[in-house]
Design a protein around this ligand. Structure first.
Ligand SMILES: [Zn+2]
Length: 322
């Protein structure tokens, strides 16, 4: 059995790939130790989301981490709908939102306080510091599978030096499958953003028809995988010239790593004129009027993608009358 029904390709030797694929999730397994993992590589997709907003570097960097982590976590779930990772805090970055649809459409945005951010930067804060940039608050995961289905939500206090640590804290608290993740985001000399994430999970024993090897060997394997994972560098995770297979092979080749078919992710918003219209229609008329310009028109800008939708006065009147 392979997780997620992927066809397995055994990689005994390093392969030469004609062009290195980007913006993808590479699932893998370290079978002898019952470990499953995901390597996320983000290039043009991350760059287009982050640069669309022209955020200051620390905000762009944090949002990049949130997006890479959301892609990594979403890819380990079976769902039809939208997975959202969101943080809310009282620090310079008030809000981070990253969501990933089951078809691989990804979007994200941040809200920040410029004055607080300038203070944090002046104090020499690391650009991935949760306490310094996000402050006190919470991290939430939501899986929305549409109307008539139960919304799943997991929530944890922002406790940890980095977003990865907050996620570890969540998995420890929620007693879910042991999960460890590492994330890296950087802006290259050409100004382009890249991101990467590596996640390793212990497969539940009951997932296996027959459990091979002793419990002790699996414990050792888990610890070994964590050490190897920690040894991967931010440069490796974000290196456009290093294929996902080559990186996994470099890290785990002695342990029998197998890679599965990759799946792509892309920057794509789900906003549309129809959706905005529905939102406007659902607002109390007083609120709708507050949005109106002097000429009675309403312009709504999508926070995710910055696209503006303008409704002329007669269109607004039609919405109000509907
Ligand atoms: Zn949008």
């Amino acid at each position: 059995m392979s997780p997620g029904g992927f066809t397995s390709l055994r990689k005994e030797t390093a392969m030469t790939t004609p062009a290195i694929a980007d913006d993808l999730v590479q699932p893998f397994e370290i079978e002898p130790f019952h470990l499953r993992g995901r390597l996320v590589r983000l290039g043009p997709m991350l760059d287009s989301i982050v640069r669309r907003h022209d955020y200051p570097t620390p905000v762009a960097s944090m949002l990049g981490e949130a997006i890479a982590l959301a892609v990594a976590l979403a890819s380990a779930l079976k769902y039809e709908g939208v997975f959202t990772l969101q943080t809310k805090g009282d620090g310079a970055i008030r809000l981070l939102v990253a969501d990933v649809s089951s078809s691989g459409a990804v979007r994200g945005y941040a809200q920040y306080d410029a004055a607080k951010l300038a203070q944090a930067v002046a104090a020499g804060t690391d650009f991935n510091s949760v306490p310094r940039l996000l402050g006190a608050g919470y991290l939430a995961f939501t899986v929305d599978q549409g109307e008539d289905t139960e919304r799943y939500q997991g929530i944890v206090a922002l406790e940890g030096a980095t977003l990865s640590e907050c996620i570890h804290h969540y998995f420890r608290q929620s007693e879910q499958i042991a999960t460890v993740t590492k994330v890296a985001v950087r802006q290259g000399g050409d100004g382009r953003w890249r991101g990467g994430a590596l996640t390793v999970q212990r497969l539940p024993e009951e997932d296996r028809a027959e459990v091979t090897g002793s419990r002790e060997a699996r414990e050792d394997g888990w610890r070994r995988a964590l050490i190897l994972m920690a040894s991967s560098t931010s440069e490796e995770l974000t290196d456009a010239d290093l294929s996902p297979e080559a990186l996994l092979f470099r890290l785990f080749h002695e342990d029998g790593v197998r890679v599965f078919r990759t799946h792509g992710v892309r920057a794509e918003c789900r906003c549309s004129r129809e959706r905005i219209e529905r939102v406007l229609r659902s607002l109390p008329s007083a609120e709708r009027q507050d949005l109106g310009e002097a000429d009675g028109s309403v312009t709504v800008t999508c926070e995710f993608c910055n696209q503006s939708y303008r409704f002329e006065a007669d269109a607004v009147a039609a919405i109000a009358g509907a």
